[in-house]
Design a protein around this ligand. Structure first.
Ligand SMILES: C[C@](O)(CO)[C@H](O)COP(=O)(O)OP(=O)(O)OC[C@H]1O[C@@H](n2ccc(N)nc2=O)[C@H](O)[C@@H]1O
Ligand SMILES: Nc1ncnc2c1ncn2[C@@H]1O[C@H](COP(=O)(O)OP(=O)(O)OP(=O)(O)O)[C@@H](O)[C@H]1O
Length: 287
């Protein structure tokens, strides 16, 4: 019998995203609120007796294996081990759109770090795994730590937070957006004053926004149109650098009613916001 461990690789939303400065190395200082969704990819880790190290069952369309964050995470983890590691093949059920601002690649990297740490019995602690994750991307540490968080720095200084676990309608306009393109754009607002006191997140939503939204609306009319459509039903916002947008609803049925009436040509899904990552929930159940 084959031995397969299946772990979730959830999406994140940036409930708000403020850009407060640009650093000398070109990276941006952010203040953002991360929450997970109970929706995402699944990674299947299957032991392969007689092999050593990790490999992919299938390549992802449009991503070379050398660039795939799953293999990059596995390689960085293998560097921390001494001696040969058991063979593992990793298969992925990809549901999260790439270039969507939902953190799919970063989440895959984090699920790989936690999954292989367990399968390879490396016993690295969460701080070490979050440090390894940061080398792969600014969004990886929050997925490694697994709690909704207010983030500062480039997104790695995390303070656990408990925003309301509402329902979201997430729409994916028909375009892919490169995070780099948006952060390099000359029109980006980079001087939002820092929030000094940790915000009362349930409070005045109009104080918070996504600073990437104006640039993305101008460059991608598809996103602009989707935001205008969703705004009819309540506040609608971009996540990360897009392309996905979201609206918040108190119940699943309220979100599904709007979902049923969405314009043709837009994909998306309805999901619940959760403050504990489904990955960590699953790992706790396995203990
Ligand atoms: C926009 C967010 O999704 C918000 O959560 C993240 O800040 C992006 O995180 P990510 O996709 O893991 O980004 P990375 O892979 O680290 O960086 C991609 C590119 O985005 C730019 N970048 C990213 C994060 C950041 N704080 N400042 C930046 O300027 C850099 O040009 C970088 O080359
Ligand atoms: N396992 C992976 N899954 C998805 N994308 C990957 C993966 N490995 C590498 N990538 C690359 O990362 C890019 C960004 O993909 P991702 O799904 O993380 O986008 P995103 O949601 O916009 O990210 P973020 O919100 O972190 O900016 C893809 O276009 C792809 O080239």
């Amino acid at each position: 019998m084959t031995d397969t461990l299946t772990l979730p690789s959830p999406a994140k939303l940036n409930l708000f995203l403020h850009i407060t400065a640009r650093r000398a190395d070109g990276y941006h200082e952010l203040q953002t609120l991360f929450q997970f969704l109970d929706y995402g990819d699944d990674l299947h880790f299957t032991s392969v007796p007689g092999e050593h190290g990790a490999r992919l069952a299938h390549s992802l369309p449009g991503v070379s294996d050398a660039d795939n964050l799953i293999l990059k995470a596995a390689e960085l983890l293998a560097d921390k081990a001494s001696g040969p590691l058991p063979g593992v093949v990793i298969d992925i059920d990809k549901r999260l759109p790439m270039g969507g601002g939902l953190g799919g690649g970063s989440s895959n990297a984090a699920t790989t770090l936690l999954g292989l740490n367990r399968l390879w019995r490396l016993n690295l602690n969460i701080d070490t795994l979050a440090d390894i994750g940061l080398a792969l991307g600014a969004d990886v540490p929050v997925f490694v730590r697994g709690h909704a968080a207010f983030a500062e720095g480039v997104g790695e200084q995390l303070t656990p937070a408990t925003p309301p676990e509402d329902w979201y309608l997430v729409l994916k306009p028909a375009c892919e957006i490169s995070t780099r393109e948006i952060f390099c754009h000359e029109g980006l607002t980079r001087d939002t004053p820092k929030i000094k006191i940790r915000p009362a997140f349930e409070g005045d939503a109009s104080r918070y926004r996504n600073d990437c939204e104006d640039v993305v609306r101008k460059l991608y009319p598809e996103v602009n149109q989707s935001l205008e459509w969703l705004s009819q039903f309540g506040p609608a916002r971009l996540t990360g650098t897009g392309a996905c947008i979201f609206g918040r609803f108190p119940t699943e049925s309220a979100a599904r009613i709007i979902w049923e009436s969405k314009p043709s040509g837009i994909t998306g899904f309805v999901a619940k916001g959760v403050n504990q990552s489904p990955l960590h929930q699953k790992l706790t159940e396995l203990k």
